[in-house]
Design a protein around this ligand. Structure first.
Ligand code: GRG
Length: 346
């Protein structure tokens, strides 16, 4: 989903990309170009068909936030990106976290029976579930190979993160269509399925550059808090943004029975049971639209934005223990930019 935008009346106007602040750090764009070519190299197989399926979503784009964070963390002590002697290890670390993300998207789209991803046909829609799952496994395997070459326990950390993604996703599945889903259950799920990989992206970047342990911790904590805010904003957008703005069907979570923070809060606030009576089962298109209206009108969106804001503030606070410089400033600005992506429809 495109969460790089600013508010203008009730329309999302895409003027601020989340990676804009990082892009202004000297050398960042060149570094990401290197990451891009190494990503394509990493998914090359002896089998041309597998190469095609595994590179499909790489060609489709995406924000590349996780590798951007790995590259940024690795350069916290420098005024420009790409100058140090550890560059090759840094590109590998960045590629490995994006490959884990990609693998999870391949599997997620099979689970959701998604038709589009990154504004193109999803892998499962084009080649079927069996090939999408195998190609997703292949991406995870390539991520593991790269991480194993980095030493310092990075492969183990990445494996642990994949486990956390699975735990977060299973929690979400176990709560599907549960109108009594708790906020605690929701937060535990998004910590696993989203925040953990952001945390690991910054950690591995910091580790390959051999930053002091305190800074590795602080950058990881920044990533975790950023990831929580990122998912909360993503979940708000599913309720408030249009299909055109999202680049995928709006209200998809409601249809899938994934009751996120705005839904949980709206259910707990309503007094007439109108939302509760709609949910708990698959929805027609009209019911989905009705549910989105009820949630927006319940007034919970600004509360949910406050939750995202708290996580952004926490993320920025963690950075106070990271050496001051252009990269730290860019990370602070990236976190702040998250809050500019929700339209003023509340
Ligand atoms: C096998 C690794 C693995 C996981 C299996 C399917 C699954 C368990 C987990 C799914 C986790 C998931 C898809 C979480 C949502 C994360 C998220 C917010 C994705 C969108 O991220 P963006 O907006 O996407 O950064 P782009 O396309 O810009 O990269």
């Amino acid at each position: 989903m495109s969460i790089h935008a600013q508010v203008s009346a009730s329309r999302i106007v895409p003027v601020v990309a989340l990676t804009d602040a990082l892009s202004r750090v000297p050398g960042f764009r060149e570094a990401m170009t290197r990451v891009e070519s190494r990503l394509l190299e990493a998914v090359r197989s002896e089998d041309d068909f597998l190469t095609e399926v595994a590179s499909h979503l790489i060609h489709a784009g995406g924000k590349r936030l996780r590798p951007a964070f790995a590259v940024a963390a690795a350069h916290c002590h420098q005024s420009e990106i790409g100058a140090g002697s550890e560059s090759e290890r840094i590109w590998s670390a960045a590629v490995s976290v994006e490959l884990v993300h990609l693998g999870s998207l391949y599997h997620d789209d099979v689970m959701d029976d998604a038709v589009t991803r990154r504004r193109v046909e999803s892998v499962n829609a084009r080649w079927g579930n069996l090939r999408a799952i195998l190609a997703g496994d292949f991406l995870l395997a390539r991520a593991s190979e790269l991480a194993a070459g980095l030493g310092d326990g990075i492969a183990g950390m990445l494996a642990g993160t994949i486990a956390r993604l699975c735990e977060g996703q299973i929690r979400e599945l176990q709560d599907a269509f549960n109108v009594d889903r708790t906020e605690q259950g929701y937060f535990r799920s998004i910590e696993g399925k989203t925040a953990s990989l952001f945390e690991t992206s910054l950690r591995v970047g910091a580790m390959v550059s051999r930053l002091p342990p305190g800074e590795v911790e602080s950058l990881g904590a920044f990533g975790r808090a950023f990831g929580m805010a990122f998912q909360v904003v993503d979940d708000i957008l599913d309720v408030v943004a249009s299909e055109e703005e999202l680049g995928k069907p709006a209200g998809n979570d409601l249809v899938e029975g994934v009751y996120t923070l705005p839904v949980i809060r709206a259910l707990s606030r309503e007094t007439d049971g109108s939302l509760r009576s709609l949910l708990g089962r698959p929805l027609t298109t009209e019911e989905r639209d009705q549910a989105r209206i009820l949630i927006r009108e319940s007034g919970v969106i600004s509360d949910c934005l406050d939750v995202a804001r708290k996580h952004v503030e926490l993320a920025r606070a963690h950075l106070s223990r990271v050496v001051d410089g252009p990269v730290r400033k860019a990370l602070e600005d990236t976190a702040a930019a998250l809050l500019h992506s929700v339209p003023a429809v509340v």
